[in-house]
Design a protein around this ligand. Structure first.
Ligand code: MV4
Length: 448
């Protein structure tokens, strides 16, 4: 096992990673920007190194500064967390060249799955369901028109290098499609340095259902069931839960098996997530993309499987086999995560950074809180606004919703604005409670 690792991240995930390392007897080196000198991850780590000024481009995205810190501290490995450098294959390659283990999948798997066209082609080969559309990259708007007439409108143009909602355009007719393709290619070239785009039938009413995967370097790939992340706003997830409230056991088995097939074919190891769209009209599934990182919502899966995904990542990165079979992984109860952001839901989600004067954490049976916040902590304006994740684990979904509501009522964060009131509203919403939502549900609700 590793002696010492560097945590190339901040906030709650840096704290989460340090906790897992400490329990495994692994020393930790935190890195921090000048905006985070007083942050909890700096205090909890065995050592901490300042890597630059507040802007992420000069600190948490600064590969040379992070590698220098890793070299000076003589670490065996780097965990990138999520966001920042977590899905940057170039960073993983630099780590490899410096003889530092990147705690994540191989550079090859990141490059393969990070290209959505290559990923979709592999999925087709592995008989993983995909949305009707182009076989691969679309070369020009003429080709796009031919395909659109075949599959029918509406269609969606996606960037091969995009993902997470970046670089997508919906078109409802020939005229709109021609400009969508041209615009998408220009934008993809400028933003990602890769102008390749592809075309799909646009699924109009969908849920977001994703499968958690864990693989080892011996070629074993297991799934840890699904998470439903349908409750989102502008590509920011708000609530995640497992199991998906509308999935049959047959659908679940099918979905999880296809995710495993895809990851096996990609030579995947470490934690990963295969994202699907579930068409709520036809009840069919389509692959969206594969996230080659630990995700924000991983605790939901940890609660229902009792498997620590971060510890599993450490073991697998060190070359240990998973030592588990699929049948040993059992699902238990229902877990719900709500993301608490320093934003004002009453004012179009305007960021609300500043000093937290009162912080009363919820607790009691079934409540887990992953956060780096304490009373007196100043939320800097420079980064993602998520400041806490509250995860509830209960025998049934109804029990879990009741516990979320009870725990939200205990949760005090003052004077900054947070998304706590929004979550309270959503937990009381009849459509959410009945599982009658789609990916645009929150946006429609807030429009009214
Ligand atoms: C789609 C889609 C509808 N039809 N693909 C958004 C993120 C990226 N992973 C792919 N996304 C979508 N792909 C087809 N063929 C709708 C979305 C989408 C979406 C998906 C999941 C959660 C929220 C979303 C919000 C807008 C669009």
């Amino acid at each position: 096992m590793f002696t010492r690792i560097l945590i190339a991240n901040r906030g709650e995930i840096a704290v989460r990673l340090i906790r897992a390392a400490r329990e495994m007897g692994i020393e930790t080196v935190a890195v921090f920007s000048q905006a985070d000198a007083e942050s909890l991850h700096v205090h909890l780590a065995d050592q901490a190194v300042c890597i630059g000024p507040p802007p992420a481009a000069q600190s948490y995205l600064n590969i040379s500064a992070i590698i220098s810190a890793a070299e000076v501290a003589n670490v065996d490995a780097i965990h990138p967390g999520y966001g920042f450098l977590a899905e940057n294959a170039h960073f993983a390659e630099v780590c490899r060249d410096c003889n530092i283990e990147f705690i994540g999948p191989s550079v090859e798997a990141m490059n393969l799955l990070g290209d959505k066209v290559k990923c979709k082609q592999l999925a087709i080969k592995q008989k993983v369901p995909v949305a009707p559309g182009s076989k691969g990259q679309v070369e020009d708007s003429g080709e796009a028109l031919t395909i659109a007439r075949d599959i029918g409108y509406p269609v969606i143009v996606k960037a091969a290098a995009g993902g997470g909602g970046r670089g997508m355009r919906v078109a409802h007719n020939d005229i709109a499609l021609q400009s969508a393709v041209k615009q998408a290619m220009l934008e993809a070239g400028a933003t990602f340095g890769n102008p390749a785009v592809y075309l799909e039938k646009f699924i109009e009413r969908a849920r977001h259902v994703e499968v958690q995967i864990i693989g080892d370097q011996q070629g074993n790939v297991l799934h840890l069931f699904e998470r439903d992340c349908t409750m989102q706003r502008r590509h920011q997830k708000l609530i995640e839960e497992s199991p998906c409230p509308v999935l049959t056991n047959e659908q679940r088995a099918e979905l999880c098996k296809s995710a495993v097939r895809l990851c096996k074919a990609a030579g995947y190891y470490s934690a990963g997530t295969v994202e699907f769209l579930m068409d709520t009209k036809s009840n069919k599934f389509f692959l969206m993309e594969v996230n080659t990182r630990l995700q924000v919502e991983h605790p939901v899966t940890e609660m229902i499987t009792d498997i620590d995904l971060v510890k599993a990542q450490f073991r697998v990165a060190a070359g240990e086999p998973l030592g588990l079979t699929q049948r040993q992984i059992k699902r238990n109860g229902h877990a719900i995560e709500v993301r608490i952001n320093a934003e004002d839901p009453a004012n179009n989600f305007a960021p609300s950074p500043g000093t937290i004067e009162r912080f009363n954490a919820p607790g009691g049976p079934g409540v887990r809180l992953d956060t780096h916040c304490i009373a007196g902590y100043r939320v800097p304006p420079n980064y993602d606004s998520m400041i806490a994740k509250m995860i509830v684990h209960r025998p049934t979904r109804d029990d879990a919703i009741a516990t979320v509501r009870r725990a939200l009522a205990e949760f005090v964060i003052e004077p900054i604005k947070t998304t706590i009131p929004l979550h309270d509203r959503l937990m009381r919403n009849g459509n959410f409670v009945r599982g009658e939502v789609d990916i645009y549900f929150v946006e429609r609700l807030l429009e009214k």
